[in-house]
Design a protein around this ligand. Structure first.
Ligand SMILES: *Cc1c(COP(=O)(O)O)cnc(C)c1O
Length: 453
């Protein structure tokens, strides 16, 4: 189909996510038609370096032959059956692999060996919340009705996930629809609510969390967080010790800890899972984005044996987890995920990261010198540059100026594809990115930020 018709039909029929459609309709959108390694090609034949891993999902590059082959081979056998009352081969192989991976990488508590499948990150969170609630109910504890989450937290867009979300711009309007939750201050040292700077902000925020837990522990079901990096909230990187301290608090007050590693999982932070950095094993973990390298929608909620066992009982006890989806354990998605995990082993992906992480750090230090770079944050292969109007006072640019978008649009002219979070420029390339391409990515971003002044 020709480009003009495609754009016309897109505008006529598609409602884009997180998009003010009034602006979309007056703009010329990009249509991608091909991907290779860390690059995407648009319909005009122009190639872009994929600086945000196609919304944080791509790990090993586009069109990886191993995953292409795995999906094709599975297509020749079975595209879909169901996990409701039946099994399929790829979902079994993947569950075993994931359970072993989680047990090996997160050995500091009860191993996360029971895998519940779904098909997107928000749903993985919904499932974690329902399991956490029913875990207590099944033990006769029925007065727990509240989650604790963090401000600036993001766990997805379904109602349960929004209930524990803390990004005002996305979540405020839905307030009347939401479940009970208490929000604690995020350890966001650059704009600390408690007016403390790095790293004392971390301890103080943990103190606030402790107060909340102390006062409310009898009704708290679980604490849910994005460990180490609150991604969609603006790449907020926690000071060291916060996660470890939170785990301790949860243990002390007998509260479940849910780690939403939908974004941070699968190597982004320089370890397979972010929780590894602080030797924390959560009670429930949510995984999605990187799980299939972006090939197929798939998500996992993994729990420990103790939680799983609380759901065992006679039928009339009503302890069953009444939850499932039509595409649960989809064989094509699971086959892609198995191939994805095999590449981690074969390429030693995690072991290749340290020099790239160092390079990213070095380039970010250069950018930090720029007059509009208010704060520069990094954890592993994830980074965010918070742009401000006035570096001294931290005064943001007016919202309507869309400064983040200005930088991103300029970068597109130079063949770099990005998507900002407000005025935070997000850097999250596929982990397979070469040092040369990573350097180019950062050089283009630097030039485009310089272009603001
Ligand atoms: C993206 C994201 C989600 C939601 O995942 P979807 O697949 O977009 O529904 C949940 N939690 C975190 C931390 C995320 O980054």
């Amino acid at each position: 189909m020709d480009k003009k018709t495609l754009i016309e039909w897109d505008k006529k029929y598609i409602w884009h996510p997180f998009t003010q459609m009034k602006y979309w309709l007056s703009d010329e959108p990009t249509i991608f038609i091909e991907g290779r390694d860390c690059f995407l090609k648009d319909v005009d034949g122009k190639w872009y370096l994929d600086g945000v891993s196609s919304l944080w999902v791509n790990i090993h590059g586009h069109r990886r032959p191993e995953i292409d082959e795995a999906v094709k081979a599975q297509i020749d056998k079975l595209a879909h059956s169901t996990l409701l009352g039946a099994c399929n081969e790829p979902s079994i192989l993947l569950a075993k692999r994931l359970a072993q991976l989680l047990a090996t990488k997160l050995p500091w508590g009860k191993p996360l060996t029971k895998i519940f499948y779904s098909d997107n990150g928000s749903t993985a969170v919904e499932i974690a919340m329902k399991i956490a609630y029913q875990y207590w109910v099944n033990q006769g504890i029925k007065d727990k009705d509240t989650f604790v989450s963090l401000r600036e937290g993001y766990h997805g867009d379904t109602i349960g996930a929004v209930s524990v979300g803390g990004v005002e711009l996305f979540h405020e309007v839905y307030k009347p629809l939401l479940n009970k939750s208490i929000q604690a201050p995020a350890p966001y040292c650059y704009r600390c609510e408690l007016k403390l700077s790095y790293p004392s902000c971390g301890l103080a925020c943990l103190g606030e969390m402790e107060k909340i837990i102390k006062q409310n522990h009898e009704k708290i079901i679980a604490v849910i967080v994005e460990p180490l990096v609150q991604c969609a909230g603006g790449i907020i990187v926690w000071p060291e010790g916060y996660l470890k301290g939170l785990r301790k608090l949860c243990n002390e007050y007998n509260i479940l800890l849910i780690a939403d590693e939908v974004a941070t999982g699968f190597g982004r932070t320089g370890r397979m899972f972010a929780c590894e950095h602080e030797e924390v094993t959560p009670d429930i973990i949510c995984l999605s984005k990187g799980i299939t390298n972006g090939y197929m929608p798939l998500a996992v909620t993994a729990v420990n044996e103790e939680i799983f066992n609380a759901f065992l009982g006679e039928l009339e006890e009503r302890k069953t987890f009444y939850h499932g989806h039509s595409y649960t354990g989809n064989p094509l998605a699971c086959a892609a995920a198995v191939a994805n995990l095999e590449i981690f082993e074969k390429d030693k992906t995690i072991e290749t990261l340290p020099p790239k992480i160092e390079l990213l750090k070095r380039k970010l230090l250069e950018i930090a010198e720029l007059p509009h770079a208010g704060d520069v944050r990094q954890k592993g292969m994830i980074a965010g540059i918070e742009l401000v109007k006035d570096k001294k006072t931290k005064e943001p640019f007016p919202y309507n100026e869309q400064t983040g978008w200005k930088v991103v649009r300029a970068a597109r002219k130079h063949g770099v594809w990005l998507r900002p979070l407000g005025d935070v420029i997000v850097i999250m390339p596929p982990l397979v990115v070469s040092e040369k391409n990573l350097e180019r990515l950062l050089d283009v971003i630097k030039d485009c930020i310089i272009g603001l002044s």
